[in-house]
Design a protein around this ligand. Structure first.
Ligand SMILES: C[S@@+](CC[C@H](N)C(=O)[O-])C[C@H]1O[C@@H](n2cnc3c(N)ncnc32)[C@H](O)[C@@H]1O
Length: 273
């Protein structure tokens, strides 16, 4: 059976190019740039460190990490999609000490303890076995090193719209159909503890948009398409819903917030693995 969450099998998606472009559009959105910077400061990532990002996508985060670790550090990205890795290779070329590998989050081709920091940013939401992925991240992190996770939480999405019930039906319904755990964000601290990490800290943060940025517009359009596909609404209702946002933007009353949970834990120094 095909996966409901398209990020689980990106290479098989008919709109893989559009998904890749969407990731870059999100990465370039100024409020998202600031959100990533706040999380990387919270982790924190230091100069000279070896950092691994699992589910690196097009390398948006890898390109942020390279100047943070500097020329004496190393940034490694792994992803399960060969298509997105080809794009990442192009976009990360000449952007610092970045290397890329094809691998699943639950089995990365690295020895135990080789990284100072291991990150997964908007990835745990998509993986089939989040605990196995976080345990694997902990395995390749050195004792005393950090494992950092950040995810949206689709139970905490705020948006203005004249039809609140329809909005809840579309946004809540699509998230429940797409993801096994739409509330992934708030579960991240518990996941780190379950994987054996200590001194877990949490940063709750928001993406905020009041002008309907291109990425937000695409996000809402994709939600409307999915709502039709999952039979939650018919196509004219989905279009009417999208038109409701356009009217709010014109009136200067549009507000969209998406909650991101960040959680960072430390690998115990006495850990056996
Ligand atoms: C939403 S994107 C996030 C990309 C990047 N971290 C960012 O924030 O821009 C999710 C990425 O995780 C990858 N992915 C999904 N499941 C995976 C798995 N089991 N192992 C490795 N990568 C996976 C997808 O191919 C995709 O590139």
């Amino acid at each position: 059976m095909p996966e409901r969450d398209p990020w689980r099998s990106l290479d098989a998606q008919p709109n893989v190019r559009a998904m890749i472009a969407g990731l870059e559009a999100r990465g370039a959105t100024p409020a998202q740039v600031r959100l990533r910077a706040r999380f990387l400061r919270f982790v924190p990532v230091r100069r000279g460190e070896r950092v691994l990002e699992i589910g690196c996508g097009t390398g948006v985060v890898l390109r942020d990490l390279a100047p943070l670790v500097g020329p004496r550090g190393a940034v490694v990205g792994v992803d399960a999609s060969r298509t997105i890795l080809a794009t990442a290779r192009r976009l990360c070329k000449d952007r610092g000490p970045i290397t890329l590998r094809h691998a699943d989050a639950t089995r990365v081709p690295f020895a135990a303890g080789g990284f100072d920091t291991t990150l997964a940013i908007t990835v745990i939401l998509h993986v089939a076995d989040p605990l196995a992925a976080v345990r694997e991240m902990a395995r390749v992190t050195r004792p005393g090193g950090r494992v950092g996770l950040q995810d949206q939480d689709f139970g905490m999405l705020g948006v203005t719209h004249p039809d609140r019930e329809l909005t809840d039906n579309i946004l809540g319904g699509v998230a429940r159909h797409l993801y096994e755990e739409p509330h992934s964000g708030r579960r991240l601290p518990g996941l780190l503890r379950e994987a054996g990490l200590e001194r877990v800290r949490v940063l709750t943060d928001f993406f905020q948009d009041t002008t309907l940025e291109p990425w937000t517009k695409t996000f809402l359009e994709r939600r409307a398409e999915s709502a039709v596909r999952f039979d939650l609404v018919d196509a004219p209702t989905a279009q009417k819903w999208l038109d409701g946002f356009t009217a709010l933007v014109a009136a200067g009353s549009f507000v969209f917030t998406m909650t991101y949970f960040g959680a960072v834990g430390v690998k115990p120094r006495a850990a056996a693995r």
